[in-house]
Structures are given as structure tokens and as C-alpha cells.
Design a protein around this ligand. Structure first.
Ligand SMILES: [Zn+2]
Length: 444
């Protein structure tokens, strides 16, 4: 048997392959950055220079956060429970204009990566400004990331002239292509209501030319849909379709206010959708028709959106919410079974963010992005159904070890790539300045 770099033994391996195969007494071997062996039989184990004994615990693919804005971790909890326009215009936009720069994007991204890695999230699909800094920080943290440079019709951090937005995004993409290591570049138009038709088309064209993922928020609020109907006479999804934006390399965030025709349209185009239930609930945006989208064949990923609107980047919470939210919305406990929700956060999520065949599944040839859960956690016993335990019983505090591209980035619940104490000090210093700027008294 060939040699491996790392062997994970004595595991319940939840592969998340298309058959949802589970190996009750399985082993996973990694060689370099990839999974070299997944086997049910200890007799077939390769020699390895390092061994992790999973102690009978679950080993699963690293979770995929299909939608976030990592630097916005700086604004977690700065203002909550406000109407959306007040939250954006009185707090978030002014704070971003004053504080977002290379150093703060780096700090905020590292904070998000620290939170996600400790929670078993190994891939983040990101969208913000100064994306080069976010990409560098994610790579430094050892996190896999699809990093989208933001495009919007007004001046933004690093892009003072909005007419340069698409060119800047194309430049960013060129710097990170061909895809190297953990980072895949992307272009992220904020939305059809903050980007002109010409800009949406130019940004999509630039993404297509480079063969990279195009992302946009779509139909997040009822007001957005009504405004689009009033201005263009068609729904937001139909509008993007008319502009030629919808295809397999497009990822649409939210898609709450869509009708059956929109669902058929998106399904026919091959575009993917990311569902963000925590943020949608907190902002009272609505409930996306996820079971209908999945039934129509749409690839639906799962995301958190930003720490300012969620306020966690925790896919265990999002999986739990997703499974329950749609059951109660349909008054049917058979809606969105645990396996389906788990697939959204792993295999399908990887596919939706452009990493199909690369991550999201435990099988030979895939990148070794995986999570070892704590077998000693009372809430994970007994194990009748590992899928059920992961969606309904597990929490991010059960994450014990995390690997990304074969590298141990979390060992025994401690980050190996980030000096967390120093980072938290830096974050708290930035937050003190933000509070002063916003006129928030200290000590509250
Ligand atoms: Zn968002």
C-alpha cells in the first residue's frame, strides 16, 4: 500500500458522495493536499507519517459557506434591530466609508476565517471590496476561499471611481489566475438595483472571459421586487435573464421574492442560488422557496451572509435553521431531510461556488478539506443517523480538528495558523475607534 502523510482512523466517515455513503468504521488518508484513500477496512490502511485517532467520532467534509462578506466581521453587533434602510444608511455605509482600508479588510477577514475554521467551515464564498487583501488574508489563515471583488454604482473602498469597478474586478481576477492554492477569484455585483444594466453585463462578460464565478444579491426584499416590476415591468430574476446574466457560472444570493416562473427560469439557466436563513430571519426579509427550488433542479447552497446581519458565520446553525424553517413554513416535517440540508452545506455548496469535484466530498482525488468532530460530546450520542446528528444535534463547539488542503488548521479546538490573542486585540482596538466615530458611549 502506498504511503500517506496523514491517516484518520476509527471514524464514522460521512462522505457526502452522491449515494450519501457512510462508513461506520472508516479511515481517511491524505497525501499532500488531497484525499488519497477512504476505506472501510483497517486491513487496507496505507503507512502514514502522522495519525489522528477520531475515537469513533464523525469525520465529514469541511462545510462550505456559500455567501459572506468577511471583512464585515468588524461590524458584528454594531447596530441591530433597526429597519434595513437605517441600519445601512446611518451605520454600515458611513462606518465602511471611514474605516474600510487594506489593514482593516485584512483584520476583519482574519477574524472571519478564525471563526469559520474553528466552526468547521473550510471554504468561504466571499464578496467585498479590496478583495486582494481579503484573498491574501484567507490564504494566510489556511482557508479555501472564492473571493469576489465588489462592483457597485457608487464610490467604494479602493474604487473611488465607480466607472472603474469592472476593470478593477478584472484586474483582481487576473492577479489570482490561474487559480493558485486556496484562492479562486470571482466578480461580485452588489445587486441589480445598485448596478446599472450596462455594468451588470460588463461584469458578467469579464467573469465569463476569465472563466470565473459571477455573484450578485437577488430578490432579497419585497421592495426590491416591487421596484423592479415598476421600473422594468419584470421580476428581478427575469431582468437578469434578459440581460444574459444567468448561466451555470452565476451564483444568486437570497432569491426570496421569486415566483414559480422565476424558479423555472433560474433552473433552465443552470444558475445556482445561495440560501441564507439566519440573515433573512434577522432582517425580516422573508423565507426563500428552497424546497421548490431544489425540486426544480436548482443547485442551492447554504450561507451566512455577513457577521453584521447574521451575526455568526456558523454553518451548523444555518443547517439547523434551514431544516426547521422550511418544515414549519410548509407545516410538513418531511420537507428538507437532514441529508438534503447537509448536501447544501457540502457537495452542492461546493458545486454552486465553482468548486465541484474539488471540495465538499470525502473521496479520493478531492482536496483534503475535512472536519473531525468530538466523539466525547454527549449531544452526539447515540449515533443512529450521523446525518441527523449533524443537522439536528451537532454544534460548531463539537468541532475538534479541521484540515484544509491536507493541512491541520485546527488541532484540538485551537487554530494553528492565526495568533488569535493578537488578532482579537487588534479587532477590539479598531472597534473602539468605530464606536467613537458612531458616537456610541463606551461601556454599553
Ligand atoms: Zn450579502
Amino acid at each position: 500500500m502506498a504511503e500517506a502523510d496523514l491517516l484518520i482512523t476509527n471514524a464514522i466517515v460521512v462522505t457526502m458522495d452522491r449515494n450519501h455513503t457512510i462508513l461506520r468504521r472508516g479511515c481517511v488518508a491524505t497525501t499532500g493536499s488531497v484525499i488519497s484513500t477512504v476505506t472501510p477496512s483497517p486491513a487496507l490502511l496505507p503507512e502514514a507519517s502522522a495519525i489522528i485517532d477520531a475515537r469513533g467520532g464523525i469525520v465529514m467534509p469541511g462545510l462550505i459557506n456559500g455567501h459572506t462578506h468577511t471583512p464585515m466581521a468588524l461590524f458584528r453587533g454594531v447596530a441591530d434591530d433597526l429597519p434595513l434602510d437605517q441600519w445601512l444608511n446611518k451605520v454600515i455605509f458611513p462606518a465602511e466609508a471611514r474605516f474600510i482600508a487594506a489593514a482593516t479588510v485584512r483584520a476583519g477577514t482574519l477574524l472571519s476565517c478564525a471563526e469559520m475554521l474553528l466552526a468547521g467551515v473550510t471554504t468561504a464564498c466571499d464578496g467585498y471590496f479590496l478583495a486582494h487583501e481579503a484573498a491574501r488574508a484567507a490564504a494566510e489563515a489556511g482557508m479555501r476561499a472564492v473571493v469576489g471583488q465588489g462592483v457597485i454604482d457608487f464610490p467604494a473602498p479602493g474604487v473611488p471611481d465607480p466607472d472603474q469597478g469592472v476593470a478593477e474586478a478584472a484586474r483582481f481576477a487576473a492577479r489570482w489566475l490561474p487559480r493558485q492554492g486556496l484562492i479562486s477569484p470571482s466578480i461580485f455585483c452588489h445587486s441589480p438595483y445598485t448596478c446599472s444594466a450596462a455594468k451588470l453585463k460588463a461584469a458578467k462578460r469579464a467573469a465569463s472571459e476569465k472563466g470565473i464565478l459571477f455573484q450578485t444579491h437577488l430578490a432579497e426584499t419585497m421592495e426590491e421586487r416591487e421596484r423592479c416590476l415598476a421600473e422594468h415591468g419584470i421580476s428581478p430574476a427575469a431582468y437578469l435573464d434578459r440581460l444574459g446574466i444567468l448561466d451555470r457560472d452565476t451564483l444568486l444570493h437570497h432569491c426570496i421574492w421569486i415566483d414559480p416562473e422565476d424558479i423555472d427560469r433560474i433552473a433552465a439557466s443552470g444558475a445556482a442560488v445561495c440560501h441564507d436563513p439566519g440573515s433573512n430571519l434577522k432582517l425580516a426579509a422573508g423565507i426563500a422557496p428552497v424546497p421548490d427550488m431544489i425540486a426544480a433542479g436548482i443547485r442551492v447552497a447554504l450561507g451566512t451572509d455577513s457577521s453584521a446581519s447574521n451575526n455568526r458565520l456558523d454553518l451548523f446553525r444555518e443547517m439547523n435553521l434551514t431544516a426547521k424553517l422550511h418544515k414549519v413554513a410548509h407545516r410538513d416535517p418531511t420537507v428538507l431531510a437532514a441529508e438534503t440540508v447537509l448536501a447544501m452545506a457540502t457537495r452542492t455548496g461546493a458545486d454552486a461556488v465553482g468548486l465541484d469535484g474539488i471540495t465538499g466530498v470525502l473521496a479520493p482525488g478531492y482536496q483534503a478539506d475535512l472536519v473531525v468532530l468530538d466523539a466525547s460530546a454527549p449531544n452526539l450520542h447515540p449515533v443512529y443517523s450521523p446525518h441527523s446528528n449533524l443537522v439536528y444535534a451537532a454544534g460548531s463547539d463539537n468541532v475538534r480538528h479541521v484540515l484544509v488542503a491536507g493541512k491541520v488548521v485546527v488541532r484540538d479546538k485551537k487554530l494553528t495558523t492565526i495568533d488569535l490573542d493578537a488578532l482579537l486585540k487588534e479587532i477590539d482596538t479598531i472597534a473602539t475607534e468605530i464606536r467613537s466615530f458612531l458616537g456610541q458611549p463606551h461601556g454599553n
